[in-house]
Design a protein around this ligand. Structure first.
Ligand code: ZN
Length: 372
């Protein structure tokens, strides 16, 4: 694992509008900076403990995450998600809540700070917490009691805890949309879906007709994939694919990298091909990673100029080479479809850094190779 990152397990619970809140919490967690969600458990249903008999049942789940945040900062990030979902923390531990996000485990950290304890004591004793945790990280060893989460889950009294439903999540980063892209789960992104439904009404459609019934959910999933660059860090994409290469001085060029992005002015696609080159200074990167880096910045709302610069800056940051050159050629549907400029022509943007900027011969060698 990279330095400065830790694995942690977040325990989640809700008993107010729980289907919506749990799904939205997972989406917000997935989009939070410095947090990569690696695995999410199914949703488990259990009776409210300690509250009045007619208290609504709880939904619980767990997420395995990788994070650059220290425990206190991670807790603050979880609290921010809670308040975005309308949670007001009170002194009553049994009060109904829209959402509850707690750090169950953080690496092998053991911590007790004014009653805030890691690992969460409930992770070792309560089935509704332990069972989802064991699903996402069965081999995780509890730092003080030595048992794995699987053993803990098997040894707690399951009571009435039962699997309620599974949330289908697209993976945090993938070069292509997940295979089960259209395999619709029960719950995905309720707030997003209702917005898409309203949008359908606004354009005069009937969201209840058969062809449109699952459209809000599909749009939510598609948009999550198409904007997954926001929640993908450069480090996780590069993932140790940078190699020392003493003496490697020749230009490395990758051409015809397909990219698909969306313009930030109309949220309509623009797409085309990129050519990326660098002059190494002792470090090289796996070739396929260059296309992945383009994806990270393309999968956001963009303007092509910024996208081009970001790819150049990213390679500079990762490799510290003598120079980087990026040329992108894109066709913009917001121009082509709306008849603003009925044209076949493509927009070309470039970023020339280091030697490519300073030395005309290097630059023209690159441009010759691209044009070939
Ligand atoms: Zn546009």
């Amino acid at each position: 694992m990279r330095e400065g990152t830790a694995l942690a397990i977040v325990a989640m619970g809700s008993n107010i509008e729980k289907e919506r809140n749990l799904a939205d919490a997972i989406r917000l967690l997935r989009r939070a900076p410095h947090i990569t969600v690696q695995k999410v458990s199914g949703i488990y249903e259990s009776p409210s403990v300690g509250g009045p008999d007619d208290a609504p049942e709880f939904f619980n789940a767990a997420a395995l995450i990788c994070t650059e945040l220290a425990p206190l900062d991670l807790r603050a990030a979880l609290r921010a998600i809670e308040s975005e979902l309308g949670r007001v923390r009170t002194d009553d531990p049994d009060a109904p809540r829209t959402i509850d996000l707690d750090i169950a485990y953080y690496g092998d950290v053991e911590l007790d700070m004014d009653g805030w304890v890691i690992p969460d004591p409930q992770a070792g004793t309560a089935a509704h917490v332990a069972i989802p945790i064991a699903e996402v990280a069965p081999d995780w060893v509890h730092p003080s009691d030595g048992r794995t989460t699987k053993e803990i889950a098997e040894q707690t009294d399951p009571g009435e805890v039962r699997l309620a439903m599974a949330i289908h999540l697209s993976t945090p980063y993938s070069p292509r949309a997940p295979e089960d892209f259209d395999d619709v789960g029960d719950v995905y992104a309720p707030r997003f879906e209702s917005l898409v439904r309203d949008q359908l009404l606004e354009i005069g459609e009937n969201p209840d007709r058969e062809g449109l019934m699952r459209t809000p959910l599909r749009v939510a999933k598609a948009m999550d994939f198409l904007t997954s660059g926001y929640s993908t860090s450069l480090e996780e994409v590069v993932n140790n694919a940078v190699f020392d290469a003493e003496g490697a001085e020749e230009m490395v060029l990758v051409k015809d990298i397909e990219f698909y992005s969306m313009c930030e002015h109309h949220m309509l696609p623009f797409f085309g091909k990129a050519a990326v080159a660098y002059l190494p200074k002792g470090k090289i990167i796996g070739l396929s990673k260059i296309a992945r880096i383009v994806d990270v910045y393309a999968r956001r709302l963009q303007v092509q100029e910024r996208l081009t610069n970001q790819v150049g800056d990213a390679l500079t940051e990762i490799l510290d080479p003598h120079g980087v050159a990026v040329v992108m050629e894109g066709r913009h549907l917001c121009m082509m479809m709306r008849g603003v400029q009925k044209q076949e022509s493509a927009m070309v943007t470039s970023a020339m850094l280091g030697t490519f900027k300073e030395d005309p011969r290097t630059r023209s060698e690159f441009l010759d190779l691209v044009a070939r």
